[in-house]
Design a protein around this ligand. Sequence first.
Ligand code: NAD
Ligand code: WQD
Length: 342
Amino acid sequence: MAVLVTGGAGYIGSHTVVALHESGRRVVVVDDFSNSSPAAVDALQRLVGGSLVFAPVDVTDPDAVDRLFVDHDIDAVIHFAAFKAVAESTEQPLRYYRNNLDATVTVTEAMVAHGVRRMVFSSSATVYGEPERVPVDETFPTGATNPYGWTKFVGEQILRDASAAHGLDVVLLRYFNPVGAHPSGEIGEDPAGIPNNLVPYVMQVAVGRLDHLRVFGGDYDTHDGTAIRDYIHVVDLAEGHVAALDALDAGLTGCEVVNLGTGVGSTVLEVVEAAGRAVGHAIPYEIVDRRPGDVERIWADVRRAESVLGWRATRGLDEMLADHWRWQRTHPQGYATPAPVA
Ligand code: NAD
Ligand code: WQD
């Protein structure tokens, strides 16, 4: 039996594929490369000894998805495939709703048609918006402030309803802020264009692709005036998916929602300082206005992850930045970096 990983060439998916392989599972990866590179699949094959089955499939295509279930002995799905850029989603809302919701419905319909019951879904802490207090637990009110966030909010609801009606067993994972890379330096985050997210931006400053970081807001009510997030190592996050599958294999039923974070908040300036330690020199920055839509502070209550999945994050901020830097230093242009001459 195999696990189908949609969006498995992407940042979080690729790291999860390695963790699944390490757990002894067979993996079928699909991706349409709309936000990733075939070079990621090549790197994955090197890391897992060529054991991957890969299919270039757009998971909004019902016939192509159906064929995956016919051709492979799939008994669980981890569904990463989605567009994820918040600002872009406000400019192209229909493209986001079409892709993210169609993909979820199409994959879930195929699971029902083929009697596959287990699903792990990529949700996001974005559904909490600006929380009334921290840490946030899974019972906090949810909603969204942009089309991307609504696709996660509605994606969760689609799976709750499908679970109730069709007996699917689902874990909705709400990720906090994934950063870092596999310690091999072979796979990592490779955003197209100018990065939106903090750590990819900092790392492109560190390799000289960008001049300096703009810190969005120095007047928040936090100890250094910058906003607080719960940054989580992508390998911890990947292992959280394996723990979710293990819990489903061990009999977890229904639809569970679980935060994947560390339970520790860090300010933007703390991240910039940790990046400076990893890189070996200070990261130049200026403080500018707040970014519209940003929340002041958020970090996860991690107790449900511990009790339901038996999982907790173990890697700290310095390890996240050191691993992210190893990837970026050896791949200054991401997967487009030419291989070194032997
Ligand atoms: P990513 O863009 O690196 O990976 C997503 C992958 O899905 C890409 O390889 C893309 O090519 C693929 N894809 C998109 N639409 C597809 C389709 N229709 N068919 C086949 N493949 C398709 O993003 P990521 O950071 O790895 O995020 C993975 C998931 O986690 C997404 O659902 C995202 O919304 C969610 N998430 C990400 C973060 C984050 O900060 N990175 C936080 C919370 C949730
Ligand atoms: C982190 C902090 C910024 C860039 C986003 C999505 C969320 C989720 C994860 C998918 C904030 C500050 C950033 C920069 C900065 N994605 N910052 N200068 O906003 O917490 O979450 O990614 O689900 O939905 O909203 O992450 O990395 O963009 O920002 O000062 O150039 O860094 O203001 O305080 P965010 P981020």
